[in-house]
Design a binder for this molecule. Structure first.
Ligand code: UTP
Length: 278
């Protein structure tokens, strides 16, 4: 079954400068946990324990985070602070980590293609850690999508409705409703102007992709912003076969933006940290 998940973490995070000048955006903490750890825990919960990071320059601390810190372990052992490491230790005990380097930032599609060697000919998940997804009850978003994959065996994108004036920030899908919250994608377009958008259903940072996407990506020319867009490759996939769009259960915070990051921090502090769940 699906055990692999790609984390594209090579982006520059310019919206968070100067904080991201020498540290990755994905290591910014929401309360007391780095964004990327939330994402890896969501993958792990879904059974995606083979975690592949597509990294770039300046991202070394991500590798360090998912490794043992002997000095710290030694220092903290037997003290009242030891429990702070429980979460990350659990991740380290249960996941395998691989790294691939994206040398030039040519877009999300290119980042995913860079992860090909870590995935091989298997279906895989993709998590953009700067989209923080919280489900307080039941399955996390990736686990919900894995269940769907087991039933439909095709690529699946997570979607949510966004205000019309924000469609130009996302890949937007149009689709035929199959059942409540599940669409068969008919078309998709990356960052359309509101007047050209086929709907307000926006793709967020969770995907399950079948491995034929790699050959399609190889042949996908740069699109919006001059980048190789995963949305363009998925459009080809949905023309030749089936791609599903799934309105997930839970809340998504756009932690790639300052507003979304602050909102996520407030939400997690009130709803997770104060209730002893962080
Ligand atoms: P973003 O569009 O949020 O770009 O990428 P960014 O560079 O991280 O942030 P800003 O816009 O400069 O503030 C979405 C996701 O895709 C990854 C990013 O790391 C982020 O998780 N990405 C994007 C890559 O890994 N490689 C790329 O070439 C582009």
């Amino acid at each position: 079954m699906i055990t692999k998940c790609i984390f594209p973490v090579a982006g520059y995070g310019t919206r968070f400068l100067p904080a991201t000048k020498s540290q990755p955006k994905e290591m910014l903490p929401v309360v007391n946990k780095p964004l990327v750890q939330y994402g890896v825990e969501e993958a792990m919960e879904a059974g995606l324990v083979d975690v592949g990071f597509v990294t770039g320059r300046g991202k070394r601390t991500i590798g360090d985070h998912f490794d043992i810190s002997y000095e710290l372990e030694h220092q903290i052992k037997g003290t009242s602070k030891e429990h702070h490491l429980d979460g990350i230790r659990n991740v380290l005990d249960n996941c395998n980590f691989l790294f691939a380097r994206q040398r030039e930032m040519k877009g999300l599609g290119h980042a995913i293609l860079t992860g090909r060697g870590m995935v091989g000919e298997h279906p895989f998940g993709v998590i953009l850690a700067d989209d923080l997804c919280i489900t307080e009850e039941g399955d996390g978003v990736m686990a919900q999508m894995v269940k769907l994959y087991k039933q439909f065996r095709c690529s699946i994108v997570a979607i949510e409705e966004v205000p019309e004036d924000q469609v130009n920030r996302y890949g937007i899908v149009s689709g035929e409703l199959i059942r409540d919250g599940l669409y068969r994608v008919v078309d998709m377009v990356e960052k359309p102007q509101p007047k050209d958008a086929p709907s307000n259903l926006a793709i967020i940072g969770r995907y399950i992709l079948t491995p034929d996407i790699f050959d399609i990506l190889e042949n996908t020319p740069p699109g919006a912003n001059g980048e190789i867009q995963i949305t363009d490759a998925l459009r080809k996939q949905c023309q030749d076969g089936v791609v599903l769009a799934y309105k997930f259960r839970g809340r998504r915070f756009d932690c790639g933006s300052i507003d979304g990051f602050v909102e996520a921090t407030n939400y997690c502090y009130e709803n997770l940290y104060k209730k002893g769940r962080l």
